[in-house]
Design a protein. Sequence first.
Length: 258
Amino acid sequence: MSSIEVQQFTYRHGDVELAGYMAQPSRYPRAGILIVPTIAGPTKLMHDRARWLASLGYSAMVCDLYGKGHVEDMREARKLADELRADAEYYRDRFRCALAELRTRSKLANNRIAAIGYCMGGEIVLEMARGGEDIALVVSFHGLLATPLPAKRGTIKARLLVCHGRADPLVPPKQVRDFLEEMDIAGADCHMHIYSGVLHGFTDISSNSRAVEAVRYNASADRQSKAAMLSMFDELFENKKHRTNIRPGVPVAFGRFI
């Protein structure tokens, strides 16, 4: 079994310097996975997930949102997010740069690359797909589903997996219906998993410590959504023989889901 190598580096989007974090096996990565964090930017949890994916044989890169790293003040994070979203094409291009960095550092082709995102990151990976990024898969965990630039017929090249909490007040039922209609019109290969009674932020155990009623961790939805993601990875990247000892469980860095 190859060892895991971790790198921290900078990359650029125009005049904005961004910080990247990458964990990958020292030999023969199965695929490259871009991890797009929540509205607060990269955190230890995202870095832990990169190392976990590296332990399963993937080159995993956590990208930056604003060039400011982790933003603890949620009011500042919302302001930065609104500014980034203001120009939809610029918004998408910010993360094309991250994909390009992942391709270069992992030395993997588009058909061996996926992008996964959480909350705002889920919204971002769906924007990647809508923008026609030629990669294998995007996975959204409790991401927002609305867009100012709906996909047109034939523009979506990636497969999509959307993991959504049915009780998420940030994504009301109409937004779900509109998204599914958009995917039908676009002719997208989209799987959507909906978890009854589950709120926003269900993959982050620290959600329970926040004084925000819309956000709660849900252990079952967390496990099931990760299992769905790994199943899609197996289907696309042919990894079934490598995961016989991996099982859902308590959050830890390696060998189990985090």
